[in-house]
Design a protein around this ligand. Structure first.
Ligand code: TA6
Length: 803
């Protein structure tokens, strides 16, 4: 299975000027291209593009300084051509990883100039076994068009007598300024196969892909374009115009890089791989005589030059509404303004806090009531801080919806974010926040699973993996400096989040033996408010981004869309109404001694129906909250769940609850809201526990039966997480949690009861063994089987059969 021996290096090719044959590293022959539009170097070994640099740009491809240049091994970096299999050969463990094409000597058969570009053609012949194991001859023709863009096209032909199945990938190593400041756009919310776990599992993520030092190895469906936001080089690299079905994203991270002989220990920070490909279930089956082309185009877009505003700054040169990338990027150069003193720290750079806390602080600033900014701390290794910095921490909040029956549409550039810190990149800058006497407030939103004490956090970690670990280190630095405490206001959607946060800080302090004085200081010098937040924030309006940017007159990659409605309930001392005068600014904010009524109303009449609809309606292909409300099956489901299963078990006046339920339904029907169920489905298992399980338990305690719709939502989550091939949607959760469900299902697929019993007995998921509730396993597995075999609409049509 190798290229035919002794193929001549070049066919009879006349090389036009600007193209020449050279002896490159390792004495390997290569084609060197040097044209006004670009320079490049392509080794005949593997037809391996090792260098491509468009004029006026830094090199786009990365090559390892530790790589070997020998005919017996693949070159590390550039663009290896993986063929005819990707990764390990599943039927021959001795075969080379990623196939034989990248370690074979190709023939240059043509070299021409077409306009400003050079077009090189390489050919290689070999063989590949058909399904019976018989070797079938195949031939490859690879064209490489080099210019301001780089276009690759690999055509494979089956010259044999039987069909063969082949995989292909352009395993491109892109050169980036710093992988830790690089993100990938265009893959958000797409399901990917995570190959860092075994067996690989399917997952997805709402945020852009970030590179943290942990290995990333994922197979995604190929979107129209993948944008590599190479912040370190102030440019974007676009991978697009492709007919490949998938893209692999790979970065070895620090541990794997250190273990690889031809990859420098720290080189993982210099490159990311984005690989247009057709692999696994997208492998090409070629009939005898058939051929197939796979191509991709790479291009570079410099980040718009930042320049001081001049008289005609506002005349935007050649704006293209379709492509916001042609517009000037939002920065303080085009949106100047005073930078206020930092008076708050915020853990979390996600959509919610930027459209909720930061928006409110800005409203107070506009009215001269707060005069302070906020520094955002990135709580996880991956995140948006790099993107915020590119825009000088500016971004637009877009409000759309109904308020008091009137349609509202407004947008405002947020200038309140005065700084950002990524503790994973600059830990000392993070701790230094403790030295700033102006800082009084600490806000956070680290999801429902963020405020969790972790014994794994060691005092010496820098940074600590958990949020409480990070926060304790910061508070301890403040304490050591003898400075005053903070007012802490978490926004995480868990009960008594303020008390919980304090508890985890004190537990961490005890674990690190920080002493009684510090514990007393945490207790007395800091005020922890519990808070309840209520605003629907769908986030980045990706479907309208181009048109909105054209309207704004600048490119903003961090627009956050939200509804006008907002409620914030803060449980704690009334003094806050003076130090943080939100209500004075006309905002719907209440400071109270007991937030329970507000919390129950919101979690059970807004968040709970959200999780029900995300779990059930996605199975029927419904995409948004509004679509659910307008749907003949799911609209009534929401109403009935509210009025027949939730309101009856809440200990609050019925009329008040009904009024709130109606305001929630109006907000769900918001015509401007494209609130994707996929984003609500994030961490559905833990959300079910906090939002719906209490309803299920109360209803059962009250009626001795289980609430049909609330219980069916649990069936839907277990089905979605099971990995059952009949299920069209993918769970959005951590790889570990999903793997747990799929492993249980793989063991008990034949008997849903057993699978359901295994999952319901898992106290780490539910906090209690739910199999103790007679009849629940049966009702949940009956629901699961009905959803799987009859479908969700048929199941909803006759819920009584499940009880
Ligand atoms: O494309 C990602 C990947 O398949 C990873 O699994 C990793 O192994 C990488 O390719 C490099 O493979 P190589 O054989 O070049 O070491």
């Amino acid at each position: 299975m190798k290229a035919t021996e002794n193929e001549p290096v070049t066919g009879v090719v006349t090389l036009p000027s600007g193209i020449r044959l050279v002896t490159a590293q390792g004495d390997l022959p290569a084609v060197e291209v040097s044209l006004p539009a670009a320079t490049a170097l392509v080794y005949l070994h593997g037809a391996h593009v090792a260098e491509w640099t468009p004029a006026g740009q830094k090199p786009v491809l990365w090559m390892s300084a530790s790589g070997a240049f020998t005919p017996s091994a693949a070159l590390r970096g550039g663009i290896p051509v993986c063929f005819p299999w990707f990764g390990p050969n599943l039927s021959d463990a001795t075969a080379p990883n990623h196939g034989w094409a990248r370690i074979s000597a190709w023939t240059l058969t043509a070299a021409t100039l077409e306009g400003p570009d050079a077009v090189l053609t390489f050919e290689l012949a070999g063989s590949h076994p058909d399904s019976t194991g018989t070797a079938q001859p195949v031939s490859l023709r690879y064209t490489v068009r080099i210019g301001a863009t780089l276009t690759l096209a690999l055509t494979v032909r089956n010259d044999g007598a039987a069909p063969v199945s082949v995989e292909r990938a352009f395993h491109t190593y892109f050169a980036v300024g710093d992988a830790r400041r690089t993100t990938l756009l265009g893959l958000q919310d797409l399901p990917y196969l995570d190959r860092t776990v075994s067996p690989p599992v399917t997952a997805s993520a709402a945020l852009p892909v970030a590179f943290t030092g942990t290995e990333i190895d994922r197979v995604y469906p190929m979107p129209r374009v993948v944008t590599i936001d190479d912040a370190g080089n102030h440019r974007s690299i676009l991978v697009g115009d492709t007919d490949a079905a998938q893209t692999v994203v790979w970065n070895p991270g620090s541990t794997k890089a250190a273990a690889m002989g031809d990859f420098g220990d720290e080189e993982w920070t210099q490159t990311v791989c984005v690989e247009a490909c057709n692999v696994r279930d997208q492998a090409q089956v070629l009939a005898p005589g058939a051929q197939h082309r796979m191509g991709v185009t790479l291009s570079v877009e410099p980040e718009p030059a930042r320049h001081e505003p001049t008289a005609n700054t506002n005349t935007q040169p050649h704006q293209n509404a379709e492509d916001p990338h042609t517009m000037e990027r939002l920065t303080r150069a085009i949106h100047p303004g005073d930078i206020l003193p930092t008076r708050a720290i915020q853990f979390g750079e996600g959509n919610f806090l930027r459209a909720f806390v930061d928006w409110q602080l800005q409203q107070m600033n506009t009215q001269g009531l707060f005069n302070g900014g906020v520094t955002i701390v990135q709580p996880l290794a991956g995140g948006l801080v790099a993107m915020l910095e590119e825009q000088d921490n500016l971004y637009t909040v877009l409000l759309e919806g109904k308020q008091d029956g009137e349609e509202v549409q407004s947008h405002e550039v947020m200038t309140v974010v005065t700084g950002t810190v990524n503790p994973y990149i600059d830990y000392e800058a993070y701790l230094a926040l403790a030295e700033n006497d102006d800082i009084e407030f600490i806000f956070s939103n680290t999801t429902e699973s963020g405020i969790v004490y972790s014994a794994a956090d060691l005092r010496t970690d820098a940074p600590h993996a958990s949020f409480p670990g990070k926060l304790t280190a910061l508070l301890y630095r403040r304490f050591e400096l003898g400075k005053k405490g903070f007012t802490l206001i978490p926004c995480e959607l868990i009960e008594h989040n303020g008390d919980k946060l304090k508890e985890t800080v004190l537990a961490t302090a005890a674990h690190w033996e920080l002493g009684a004085d510090f514990a007393a200081w945490v207790d007395t010098d800091n005020t922890f408010y519990s808070s309840l937040v209520d605003r629907i924030v769908p986030g980045y309006p990706k479907d309208r981004a181009g048109e909105l940017c054209a309207e704004f007159g600048f490119e903003d990659r961090l627009i956050v869309k939200a509804e006008p409605f907002l409620l914030w309930v803060l449980e704690g001392p009334q003094a806050l109404t003076e130090t943080l005068p939100l209500a004075k600014a006309g905002l719907n904010v209440t400071v109270t001694d007991d937030m329970t009524p507000y919390r129950e109303r919101k979690v059970f009449l807004l968040n709970a129906p959200h999780t029900t609809m995300a779990s059930l309606a996605r199975l029927a292909g419904v995409e948004t909250v509004r679509d659910v409300m307008l749907d003949p099956d799911f609209g009534p489901l929401v109403h009935e769940e509210m009025y027949e299963e939730i309101i009856p078990v809440l200990d609050l006046p019925h009329d008040e609850l009904a009024a709130y339920a109606e305001s929630v339904k109006e907000r769900f029907e918001n015509p401007f809201m494209h609130h994707e169920l996929a984003s609500i489905a994030l961490n559905s298992a833990s959300k079910y526990k906090s939002r719906l399980l209490p309803i299920l338990l109360n209803f059962h305690a009250k009626n001795g039966t289980f609430p049909p719709r609330v219980t069916l939502a649990l069936s839907a989550i277990l089905l979605t997480y099971s990995g059952d091939p009949s299920v069209s949607v993918t769970p959005v959760d951590s790889a570990e949690i999903i793997a747990g469900f799929q492993a249980a299902y793989a063991t008990d697929a034949a008997t849903p009861d057993a699978y359901v019993a295994t999952i319901l007995a898992d106290t780490t998921l539910w906090g209690t063994d739910l199999t103790a509730l007679d009849g629940l396993v049966e009702q949940v597995s009956a629901g699961l089987a009905s959803l799987r075999d009859r479908g969700v609409r048929a199941t909803l049509a006759d819920l009584s059969v499940l009880a």
